[in-house]
Design a binder for this molecule. Structure first.
Ligand SMILES: NC(=O)c1ccc[n+]([C@@H]2O[C@H](COP(=O)([O-])OP(=O)(O)OC[C@H]3O[C@@H](n4cnc5c(N)ncnc54)[C@H](OP(=O)(O)O)[C@@H]3O)[C@@H](O)[C@H]2O)c1
Length: 321
């Protein structure tokens, strides 16, 4: 049995804990919040044994095997380092750090301590995404010619909220732009060139970010993120012999359409509780097998992902101190 602990029982932690409930060989054992009452409410909802009013106590609990870090981006680096120093495996929410230097340090320590560490990029483990990757690598539709992906929702401006507050790592790029970038990285690899532009809020974080990644043979990925408007949040991959359309929202459990000149097919995928189940199951299995790195969401992938984000940040003039 793998005992999970959660730091920061907010929105995503609720969804993750719901997915975790269905994973065999895993249980939510402990929850830590900055307010003990909040931890207790979360624990009673998910039948966790322990509730802590600070994060450090959970990190020091000898019965915790792995810690899921579900706090705002800017805390991921420090808390991962602390968890690893306390001998705990870590599943850290995306983005793993706010720049490549942070992610490098986290990976270096995980290797030194011989502990499991992974970025919680749940799309990687979803059945529709596995299907898309298989469809492309099978070669039946030929090579990719272009990719388009957007991720957008409208959020009322609130300078204190983690989406707009620069000191909490606000902005569309780090929060949701990471998904179109991840899709391009996973399907096309590292681009030769990046062109990017952004609009900024009065708190000086990007409210929207438009990116074009260029690859050899004139292959392009057109990517977009925004927290100022609802957008389809779909992805379309054009290949030599057809198209693959990931329905809305492309980063979470959804259906996929495959178009060829002769045919149009819709594919649906079964999801047990919610999509976080697959990520939680993967990490639980990795730990049961004594693995220190996921072959699917590897250290190299997280480093490439944050390096691409860093490059976009430098093109649009965004930095976090
Ligand atoms: N994988 C996904 O689908 C997905 C979706 C949404 C978000 N995320 C990621 O998950 C992380 C958290 O996002 P969220 O939407 O769940 O945020 P949230 O609802 O605001 O929750 C974040 C939690 O972090 C804790 N926290 C610690 N220090 C904080 C501070 N100074 N300000 C605010 N909260 C603080 C709070 O818990 P306590 O006060 O109880 O300690 C809070 O409940 C982000 O990094 C985001 O990128 C991932």
């Amino acid at each position: 049995m793998i005992n999970w602990g959660i730091l920061g029982p907010g929105k995503i932690a609720h969804k993750f804990a719901t997915g975790l409930k269905d994973v065999k060989g895993a249980k939510l054992y402990a929850v830590a919040s900055r307010e003990v009452e909040k931890a207790k409410i979360f624990s009673s909802e998910f039948n966790a044994e322990k509730s802590y009013g600070n994060y450090e106590e959970l990190m020091q609990d000898p019965d915790v095997d792995v810690i899921y870090i579900a706090t705002p981006h800017v805390f991921h680096h420090r808390q991962t380092i602390q968890c690893l120093q306390n001998g705990k495996a870590v599943l850290c929410e995306k983005p793993m750090g706010i720049n490549a230097a942070e992610v490098e340090e986290m990976i270096k320590l995980a290797k030194e301590k011989n502990l499991f560490l992974m970025e919680a990029l749940w799309t990687q483990f979803l059945p529709h995404f596995e299907f898309v990757k298989h469809k492309i690598t099978s070669g039946e539709l030929g090579k990719i010619k272009s990719l388009e992906a957007d991720f957008g929702f409208f959020k009322e401006f609130d300078p204190e909220s983690r989406l707009f507050n620069k000191s909490l790592g606000g902005g569309s790029l780090l929060d949701i732009g990471i998904y179109p970038i991840f899709l391009a990285l996973e399907l096309l690899g590292m681009p030769d060139e990046i062109v990017a532009d952004a609009k900024f809020t009065e708190t000086n974080v990007d409210s929207e970010c438009i990116m074009e990644f260029q690859y050899p043979h004139n292959v392009k990925a057109s990517l977009f993120s925004t927290i100022q408007q609802e957008t389809p949040t779909t992805a379309e991959i054009t290949l030599e012999k057809g198209k693959i359309h990931l329905d809305s929202r492309f980063h979470e459990p959804t259906s996929v359409k495959v178009f060829t000149p002769e045919d149009e097919k819709n594919f649906e995928f079964e999801i047990p509780s919610n999509g976080y189940y697959f990520e939680a199951k993967h990490v639980t299995e990795m730990l049961q097998q004594g693995k220190k790195e996921s072959p699917l969401m590897s250290f190299e992938k997280s480093l490439n992902l944050i390096s691409l984000i860093d490059e976009v940040k430098s093109k649009i003039g965004l930095s976090y101190s």
